[in-house]
Write a protein that binds this ligand. Structure first.
Ligand code: HXC
Length: 516
């Protein structure tokens, strides 16, 4: 064979591999409004940057006539490329090849790039669209999954891991995305569940649709598994690219700096009026965030899940931060099980990857009730406390209004190693709200009065004036300063600048034992 013939053969085989399961299946896939595995990669990485591995890899299964069902690449496209010039490892499951089902060799391809990612300190992005374990292979495919899970765990806290789900992701296959840092799902086309509707029906007799059981909206609103429910594949990929722009390559690098024209001195007069006169009236904490961060740009995560706490990334004077904030617009910003878990996981991510944490506090306390207690409010509330306490990245806290009781303690307080703790003059830092406190202290006495309601109201005012303000905390140094709300951006930027070289450690240990 001449060199030219050999090159022609190579080109022919490459072309065959690129067709995955063949044109017919690609057309069917497109007809469902889905992109192919390669189209997704092309959209994700910088043009021309993708280097593919293992295009010729083929499975070794001989059961059930599988020796005749060979597809070059075996159903997953793997390799590396760049996003905005930064290295990233990618795998993309190809549903057109045997339903994107995972075989032993398919797993080996994923493992190869995960090992490289850990060694070379670059993030892994997994694009999932698979019918699960390759049924013809059985145990080898289970082994393959578990080998991937092990890498997910080993890579956790070393390199960021992002999963996007474009189609089915069922059974044990869900655990790889679950082990990664972020999961993005596509509305109407993707689903994740441990067992499908048929099994659910036979075991629990529930009638449930695929969408209700494991669709993107369910996971984005109820389970908290999805960080974002994308409108379509393109939206999912652009969300992943944006998310990536805030993340460092690995745990020994800092997140990328993005120079900004937005002045660090910018005042926001509106913030001097944002807190309503009525302490029980709501206001939108996202306003506070948008008005203080660079260019008003806030990249929110898990927006639809536990909206009483807000989590996401933004930049102050070009430097990336993670923002955690109570949201008075939802359940008065109360801490409950879901919001504690959401906040805790985000704080831990930031701490793994050298991302300073800015916390805005307006929290009336932990949500009371049997529902919360029965479901482990104590165990779950402890998670956010644990996460803040162990975090050694710079921590800047701004109390805008309420910081009551245990919720004061856990929301990045000075006592949990908050580095800089500011309060607005509107802050109320106390063991509990005036109404509750007065009922405990004067409830019995009030009954003896001619006008108990007026008596309690007067006492409430007295309590609020005496205790529910930031000065008690300031006198003790629990807040470092009481700041003018309009100057919040400037003060946060100053604090973060001062903390830029912060070094703090925890005692030597194998790992802590966060309450799970
Ligand atoms: C082998 C599979 C497959 C699988 C799909 N295919 N899933 N082949 N192993 N797991 C093949 C189909 O036979 C078909 O081949 C092609 O992929 C496309 O599948 P369709 O069924 O035609 O597609 P669609 O109607 O869109 O349905 C998609 C689907 C369905 C809902 C995913 O295929 C399905 O229910 N698959 C089985 C899912 C499953 O039970 N997986 C195992 C879960 S257990 P042809 O040649 O006809 O085109 C598991 C354990 C993991 O994953 C444990 C890890 C610890």
């Amino acid at each position: 064979m001449s060199m030219q013939q050999k090159l022609d053969e190579l080109m022919h085989l490459r072309g065959q591999a690129r067709l995955g399961g063949g044109q017919e299946r690609i057309d069917k896939h497109h007809a469902q409004g889905k992109m192919t595995a390669r189209e997704r990669i092309n959209l994700l990485v910088d043009e021309g940057s993708f280097e593919e591995f293992d295009m010729f890899k083929a499975h070794r299964c001989t059961h059930f006539g599988m020796e005749k069902k060979q597809f070059l690449g075996d159903g997953v496209v793997t390799g590396y490329g760049t996003i905005e010039g930064r290295l990233v490892y990618v795998f993309s499951q190809d549903f057109t090849v045997l339903g994107g089902s995972l075989s032993e060799t398919f797993a080996e391809k994923i493992i190869k790039i995960m090992d490289l990612a850990i060694k070379n300190g670059a993030p892994v992005i997994g694009l999932n669209d698979s019918g699960g374990a390759r049924i013809q292979e059985g145990i080898e495919s289970l082994a393959g999954y578990t080998d991937i899970f092990l890498r997910n765990v080993m890579a956790s806290g070393v390199v960021p891991q992002i999963s996007a789900i474009f189609g089915p992701c069922a059974g044990g296959a869900v655990y790889s995305p679950a082990l990664t840092d972020f999961s993005i799902m596509v509305k109407n086309n993707s689903y994740m569940f441990l067992t499908g509707p048929k099994v659910v029906k036979s075991v629990t007799h529930e009638d449930v649709t695929v969408e209700e059981l494991g669709g993107a909206m369910m996971h984005a609103t109820k389970s908290g598994v999805a960080d974002y429910a994308a409108e379509n594949g393109i939206d999912a990929i652009s969300y992943v690219r944006k998310l990536f722009s805030f993340l460092p390559q690995n745990n020994v690098e800092n997140p990328p700096y993005l120079a900004t024209e937005d002045s660090p001195n910018r005042r926001e007069e509106y913030l001097n009026q944002i807190i309503p006169e009525n302490p029980n009236a709501a206001y939108d904490m996202k306003e506070v965030i948008h008005r203080t961060v660079d260019n008003g740009e806030f990249f929110e995560l898990k927006e639809l899940f536990a909206p009483n706490i807000i989590t996401g990334f933004a930049r102050y004077n070009g430097f990336c931060v993670g923002i955690v904030a109570n949201q008075p617009c939802h359940l008065s910003g109360v801490l409950d099980i879901d919001s504690s878990i959401k906040g805790a996981r985000f704080v831990r991510f930031c701490d793994c990857f050298n991302i300073p944490i800015v916390t805005f506090v307006d929290v009336p306390g932990f949500l009371p009730g049997t529902n919360q207690e029965y479901n482990g409010a104590i165990r779950n509330g402890a998670k956010i406390l644990f996460a803040y306490a162990e975090a050694t990245v710079p921590k800047v806290t701004v109390v805008t209004r309420k910081a009551y009781g245990g919720a004061y303690c856990v929301m990045s307080s000075k006592h949990l190693r908050g580095d800089i703790n500011y309060a607005w003059p509107t802050a109320e830092i106390a063991v509990m709200g005036a109404k509750g406190a007065v009922e405990v202290l004067y409830g019995r006495e009030a009954k003896k009065k001619d006008d108990p309601a007026k008596f309690l109201l007067d006492k409430e005012k007295e309590y609020a004036e005496k205790v529910a303000n930031p000065y008690g905390a300031a006198r003790r140094g629990y807040v470092d300063d009481i700041i003018e709300p309009a100057r919040t951006r400037f003060r946060i930027i100053k604090a973060l600048g001062m903390l830029q070289n912060k070094r703090d450690t925890n005692p030597m240990k194998k790992h802590g034992n966060i309450p799970l």
